[in-house]
Design a protein around this ligand. Sequence first.
Ligand SMILES: O=C(O)CCC(=O)C(=O)O
Ligand SMILES: [Fe+2]
Length: 310
Amino acid sequence: MSIRIRPLSFAIGAEITGVDLAKPLDDAQWAEIYAAWLKHIVLVFPGQKLTPEQQIAFGRRFGPLDDHWEDPTYRLPGFPEIYQIGNFMLDGKMSKTKDTGRKWHSDHSYTTRPTLLSMLYCRKIPPVGGTTAFANMYMAYDTLTDTLKGMLENLEAVHDMLNYLTPTLLWKPTVKDPSAMAKKFPAVVHPVVRTHPETGRKALYVSEGQTTRILGLSEEEGRGLLQFLFKHATQLEFTYRHAYQVDDLVFWDNRCAQHIALADYVHNSDNPRHMYRLTVLGEKSGRLYEPGTETQPEQQAERRTAKQAA
Ligand SMILES: O=C(O)CCC(=O)C(=O)O
Ligand SMILES: [Fe+2]
């Protein structure tokens, strides 16, 4: 059986067939899959039959896994590495993870140590919808003018979990205590352009779901620029939208992609969408936000110089 790689769109995503992820991969298979992942950013493996142990064993090859300390309720019993998301029933109640990811984002960019890889194993899916869209952030960066690239490379932006709590047309957040949330997840700062440590390529790292302002710019300047970048980064030509089948295993690289879980299906318990999700921990790439630093470009420049010298 040899591995086949079929691109799923112009910009991002490839389908991989001819490999059984339930079995340990040999070095050649692993190298091929890893290279395809770095190249295509999102990989889709249809028809995989995996136990939780097998999903975890495969995920672990990419690095240490998160144990989902944030909300242990939705861990798969016996497997803290697997977090369940979707509109499934748990102990007679609708899961609070039914609306995970309803805005464009890169996983955990609202922390100083964002997720490297996220993986969804589809267990249940409604007859239509329940799709995830992905956008290629290398492409978003590469297609900017050199003038704007030059400017963005020197900027940092604030990422804030609370930004998620503004409703969208098709979704209203249900978080009861936003101030507790803000305490648990204080705002952080990341560079606007991130260099991927493995490919060496530059990728845009701001998202509509999480980025609230740009340091060194006034609020109006930053808002205007961010509005442009959000629209630019997620234009359809840069995306792929995946419609799942049960047993699809899908994973992506958060260092160079954004994604959104679309509210494109009826959310009731007769129409369940259920994913076994695991995530690989990433490197520290941000710092806590110090309010008051947002209009002080000199301070920012100093900090950058200090960082480069270190
Ligand atoms: O359920 C999805 O389609 C994606 C949800 C999400 O944002 C995530 O798992 O990181
Ligand atoms: Fe996500």
